[in-house]
Design a protein around this ligand. Sequence first.
Ligand SMILES: Cc1cc2nc3c(=O)[nH]c(=O)nc-3n(C[C@H](O)[C@H](O)[C@H](O)COP(=O)(O)O)c2cc1C
Length: 216
Amino acid sequence: MEAEFDQRSQRREYQGAALNRTSLAADPVAQFALWLDAAVASGIKDPTAMALATTGPAGMPSVRSVLLKHFDAGGFCWYTDYRSRKGLELAANPHAALLFHWREWDRQVRISGPVERLSAAQSEAYFQSRPVDARFAAAASLQSAPVADRKTLEKALQALRRRHPNDGPPRPSEWGGYRLHPVEFEFWQGREGRLHDRLVFQKGGPSGWRVSRLQP
Ligand SMILES: Cc1cc2nc3c(=O)[nH]c(=O)nc-3n(C[C@H](O)[C@H](O)[C@H](O)COP(=O)(O)O)c2cc1C
């Protein structure tokens, strides 16, 4: 049976402040930092959550949420299991797209570019900074592989805890970070009457980035 859903009742106005070349930072990483700071300061849940899109065999896209852990001019970083679906897809095609949506601000940011693994030392430093339960959960699981039932997972976790009663588990060598080097950013600001602002930075040109406006 088809679920009834009246999309008209969900319609709302977007009333964000104008986004234009004068209000835009000269550097897209600085502009991203401004918007992320605003999202964090307003206390919304998971402001660093982003959709990460990769491609699988025959170009089939796949997407999932991950958390941005750090970023700078060199790139945008997250951590995961290299043996997961996204890990295998990135090994075959090391390019990805990220999407942030801060609905409370009527804002969206798209970022895309080539991806590389962080060094083992960087992955180790981040792994060791995680709460011990998160370290055990990561080490007990082969992310994205099928498992018979939840009990099997819980047993694997208990066995790992017994082997490391006093400290955390070692980092699995296949657990670590990635860095996406942006070649393109799009900043989207929802505006009244659906005449939204879209400003794109593309790598290149004398100042390092070419800026253009797209139709909504
Ligand atoms: C808000 C949110 C944040 C998440 N953060 C991460 C993360 O940082 N790293 C990660 O591996 N999975 C994270 N996940 C789980 C992933 O969405 C996904 O289920 C998992 O990584 C397996 O994806 P894959 O099979 O496509 O590789 C998060 C899920 C949500 C809903």
